[in-house]
Write a protein that binds this ligand. Structure first.
Ligand code: TRP
Ligand code: SF4
Length: 404
């Protein structure tokens, strides 16, 4: 079994909701593209999650899965660097979800803020289902399955990472304390050699008695370097620093995705449901038309009326796309009626189309080659299943289910 460095592992997922737009690109995808070079990344299409709210009408999920995968690839998520997969093709997620459900108090799920919020928001749907209540735990299973230390999510998902940490802690507490844990940990310390053993004990004491976080980090780094101890011993010693049992499922941390600065065509947040979006790989004519017909400062009725950029959604786009001199030109030209609104929009149209060019080119390659997309997904699912099986083996063993 391979050893997992959970601090190096990133996992994130997205529900398949159809084609993505520039808001997703500036918010989520650019971040993923950056992370894939820094960490071992797993990105997956959360199709079961889509069913938790759309069980009554699953048409479209399949097509959305396809479109979204192409969008990711087009945006520059690279299957050579990151593992891309589809949740339902790694059914191990269902087993881990079930096993974790045994130890998850109902109250924890009922108290997740999104539970009540979403029920309020989606009033027209009957969300009094078992699947909907359990969906944050399904997300916990997604994360813990890969022992991912970092999970890029938006602010609305932070409570789901929090419950995941609680579930992991409870799991380790219940099942990480095998009989004779302390004796085993103590003899593992000795195996590291005199010098390292002394250092480990000092760091452990500094963390436990003084709450010294640096000592915790140093101790973890020390364990990572050890060649003489088994994987099991290493996990014991990770847990032992903190005074707990063996860490079977490490607690993840939310990597908060900065709020997308990308406004929609009406100045509100870009969103599919508001109909104010520009598609990630929308064609050029349509992009140009959407920007040309954007509302501007309502006070600026005639070309000769001066305007105020702060009251104009077009200015919001300049803040994302334009350099300083262009912004100066907009501010001065608008306030003095020196430029017309179409003049003002022109550099934006060019900038958006320019940004989308490599995206559109890559997308075309994949659209024309479905076999390639399929093989990327197949391979990603295989890799994900390998990692998932490693975790499940340990989880089953810890829970006393080792008779297969
Ligand atoms: N629940 C997330 C959303 O609705 C998607 C998701 C499912 C996810 N599983 C995840 C995100 C695991 C991060 C990690 O956006
Ligand atoms: Fe908006 Fe530009 Fe027209 Fe001013 S000139 S109102 S910023 S579109």
């Amino acid at each position: 079994m391979s050893s997992v460095d959970s601090q190096q592992r990133v996992l994130s997922g997205m529900r398949p909701t159809g084609k993505l737009h520039l808001g997703h690109y500036h918010g989520v995808l650019k971040n993923w593209v950056k992370l894939q070079h820094e960490f071992e990344c797993f990105f997956f299409v959360a199709d079961w999650h889509a069913l938790t709210t759309n069980y009554d009408d699953p048409t479209g999920i399949q097509e959305s899965v396809w479109d979204m995968t192409i969008d990711w690839l087009a945006a520059g998520v690279n299957p050579g660097s990151a593992t891309l997969f589809i949740q339902s093709k790694v059914p191990e997620h269902a087993e881990l979800h079930l096993l974790l459900s045994m130890i998850t108090p109902l109250g924890w799920l009922e108290r997740v803020p999104t539970y009540k919020d979403q029920q309020e928001k989606l009033r027209e749907k009957d969300l009094a289902t078992y699947g909907f209540l359990g969906y944050p735990l399904l997300q916990s299973a997604d994360i813990l399955m890969y022992r991912a230390g970092r999970v890029p999510v938006g602010a609305d998902q932070v409570s789901h990472i929090e419950i995941t940490r609680e579930v992991a802690r409870r799991f380790n507490h219940l099942y990480g304390r095998e009989p004779g844990f302390e004796e085993q940990a103590e003899s593992a310390i000795v195996k590291m050699g005199k010098k390292n053993a002394r250092l480990y004990r000092t760091l452990k004491r500094r963390y436990q008695e003084e709450g010294d976080m640096e000592a915790l980090d140093t101790a973890r780094a020390l364990l990572k370097e050890q060649q003489n101890i088994s994987l099991g011993d290493r996990e014991r010693l990770y847990g032992y620093i903190e005074g707990g049992g063996k860490v079977i499922l490490p607690e993840p941390q939310a990597l908060l995705t900065p709020d997308s600065k990308m406004p929609g065509l009406d100045g509100l947040k870009m969103s599919k449901s508001y109909g104010n979006f520009i598609g990630l790989r929308e064609n050029q004519d349509s992009v140009s038309r959407k920007i040309r017909t954007m509302q501007t400062d309502p006070q600026r009725v005639r070309r000769t009326d001066p305007g105020e950029p702060e009251k104009c959604p077009v200015w919001g786009l300049h803040k994302v796309y334009s350099d300083e001199p262009t912004r100066e030109w907009v501010q001065t030209g608008c306030r003095s009626a020196g430029i017309g609104c179409l003049d003002c929009k022109k550099p934006l149209i060019d900038a958006v189309i320019e940004e989308q060019k490599p995206i559109r080119d890559r997308a075309r390659e994949y659209e024309d080659n479905p076999d390639l997309v399929n093989s990327i997904i197949e391979e990603g699912c295989e890799q994900a299943r390998d990692a998932a099986r490693d975790t499940l083996d340990e989880v089953r063993e810890a829970m006393g289910l080792r008779y297969r």
